[in-house]
Design a protein around this ligand. Sequence first.
Ligand SMILES: [Zn+2]
Ligand SMILES: [Zn+2]
Length: 661
Amino acid sequence: MSALTIHVAGDERSVDQGTTAADLFGDDRAVVVARVDGELWDLDRVLPDGAVVEPVRIDEPDGLMVLRHSTAHVLAQAVQQVNPDAKLGIGPPIRDGFYYDFEVEKPFTPEDLKNLDKVMQKIINEGQTFHRREVSDGEALRELAGEPYKCELVGLKSNAEDAGEGASAEVGEGGLTIYDNLRKDGTRVWGDLCRGPHIPNTKLIGNAYKVMRSAAAYWRGDQANQQLQRVYGTAWPTKADLTAYLDRLAEAEKRDHRKLGAELDLFSFPDELGSGLAVFHPKGGVIKREMEDYVRRRHLEEGFEYVGTPHISKDGLFHTSGHLPYYADTMFPPMEFEGANYRLKAMNCPMHNLIFRSRGRSYRELPLRLFEFGGVYRYEKSGVVHGLTRVRGMTQDDSHSYVTPEQAPAEIKHLLNFCLGLFRDFGLDDFYLELSTRDDKHKDKFIGSEEDWAIATEVLEKACLESGLALVPDPGGAAFYGPKVSVQAKDAIGRTWQLSTIQYDFSQPKGFQLEYTAADGSRQQPVMIHSAKFGSIERFIGVLTEHYAGAFPPWLSPVQVLGVPVAEDFNDYLWDVLAQMKKQGIRVELDESDDRFPKKIRNASKAKVPFVLIAGEEDRSNNSVSFRYRDGSQENGVTIDAAIAKVRAAIDEKRQVSTAS
Ligand SMILES: [Zn+2]
Ligand SMILES: [Zn+2]
């Protein structure tokens, strides 16, 4: 038998012809797939001479993807076992799980899903193996004659990327493959058109999977196509991982800002307004105003000048800026009147450019920093609109810094530090940065010269590295007019939210012919740096509501102190204390309801007020009050002056307060 040379995890090895990755790593159950010359391969594929082979474990990102996608096959097999008429769509892995689309007569009921879970467990316990089989187009079409959607994919394979989200899991460049599921005795139970790879054996899924829910989805994401039923599931390396994931979901659900927004009377989304358009109620209005006041003051302190611009404009402006036609899909459609097309603005920069251009500018004025709370409107598909975190109408805390090219590095650093400082004041302190650069394979989608991109990317990268924060590359994620840095913040339960973006723009200054007079009297083009700190006020309120689970720090709390008298007899005394606090600018409320004291305490705890002030006979006779905190701890007999000072200090220091100290 002739030998071949392969490279295994860095070592050169001589092996027999016919060797598979399973022969190399088979002893380690955690290895579920191999990376062969950079591509993921099933363990049982025969390795070619010269191959570079690495093991991929079940708990690595690639391993998890393969595990989840393999579980999607088991789901599809279960669906067709229960309902042989179900037609298969696509079944890719997604973040934390997978889905599979089916054409079925009736949507799945919760009972159906429970039953599928059971049928899947039987399939998994059978220890079915996955076998890869190469087929020609003709063979695939014959074999899949009963699967119209799969046949359509066969016809589209050269264009899998365009065929629909996830379609590249089934077909793609190169030949077609069908994966057969075989029982221990070698009989074929089921098969699916798929590029693979898969885990070697269904047993590896164990009981660490769950069918989660189902929803309608259009074939290939197009509303003109057939409506299918999408079943979502999740799978993890161990049962403990699955349990931890389900716990995280439950925690996230408790924190869902849409639910808390209604419970705490902060905001709502009236149908009459339309999808993705929020109204803030008085209590939510307090949070919004505190945030805006603070952010406005901080911008002024950091050298920004406050400006104002309208919500609509003639569309020529957006052609000058380059947003049209590039950005047309995400803008609201035009309104025509007086012979012109008007657009709701989706960004503020073009209007800030007009302010810059309104008169001659000298290098002495730079950096010139314009800031406003700009109302912008973006056409988000109704399927992606989500509470306050994905809206159609929002208020950006948007600024544009106009600088000389030499000033750009310092300004980017300035903006980055400014953003991080803001977040720390709002109680977020775990960040990393993402650097979005041009997609070098699709240069036509980006404007500007090689040199422009190289300089801009370098400047941003340097600022990121100097910040000392972790930096994650995002190739291809840049805006068409320049690269950007985004600040990603982790919340209280470890979820990541993209917040600030800082974008380097060499293009709009060109389009608007912006210039300043340099020290030598020549006319020069400034660099423009876009920066939204929170992204939008709406979104940030959504993020903070979830981060704090509605229990805001005192400075943001709609009601900072809630007075709860032990009995009605103490209403006047407590009101007198609250009135003194109110004079100190503290937001107070008194519970004068007929509810009994324990009920009042329960209501206070539901309202998540940071300071609950209690007074009974002892406090009244001593001229004191008692505090009750969110965690149920208490502090008794505090003098009125000390109580006021305590609340005021927590507000001024922007501290979170949940317990007696
Ligand atoms: Zn597959
Ligand atoms: Zn901008």
